[in-house]
Write a new protein. Structure first.
Length: 167
């Protein structure tokens, strides 16, 4: 994780653009990311925030040129706004794959290359938000609840105990 965070910070340091950096979630490895982010402090081109209200984040995202990281926001929310996203690493594997999403492994050269692709990306005016449905999910949900099909299902979530004993 330390190497990944180092590569991410190196890519930002080498770039000439301004960046807003938001602390990571409190997941495993977040301390190594925070330690690397400290290298960005006191730079005029970088503003660092521990967190943002979701509404503020969406306004920031909507007005951004692109987003860089390994957050689902780069796949879901950025894609909704048609904002290019540089998705670093494999955390978001098997998620949506839009034309505005550029994948990079955890090396700073590949991150920098993906950032260049995001900078050069021209938003397609015919962009469709079909990944998010057609705006009628309430109707579909109510139809399902009011129908017989869902209530006839005999499946219940099941939990399985895991035997950790060594044989």
């Amino acid at each position: 994780m330390e190497d990944y965070a180092h590569s991410f910070v190196e890519a930002l340091l080498k770039d000439d653009k301004n960046y807003v950096v938001i602390f990571p979630n409190n997941d495993l490895g977040s301390q190594q990311v925070l330690d690397e982010i400290k290298r960005l402090e006191n730079l005029d081109k970088i503003k660092i925030y521990p967190s943002l209200r979701f509404e503020y984040f969406l306004v920031l995202l909507k007005n951004s040129k692109y987003i860089v990281g390994n957050s689902s926001a780069g796949i879901r929310e950025a894609s909704y706004y048609g904002i290019p996203s540089v998705d670093i690493g494999s955390r978001q594997s098997n998620r949506g794959q839009g034309e505005s999403i550029f994948h990079a492994n955890n090396e700073s050269k590949f991150i920098a290359d993906a950032i260049k692709l995001a900078k050069d990306y021209k938003k397609n005016n015919s962009y469709q938000r079909s990944d998010f449905g057609q705006g009628n999910s309430d109707e579909i949900f109510l139809k399902l609840l009011n129908g017989d099909e869902i209530w006839a299902l005999k499946y219940q979530k099941q939990f399985q105990d895991i035997n950790y004993e060594q044989n």
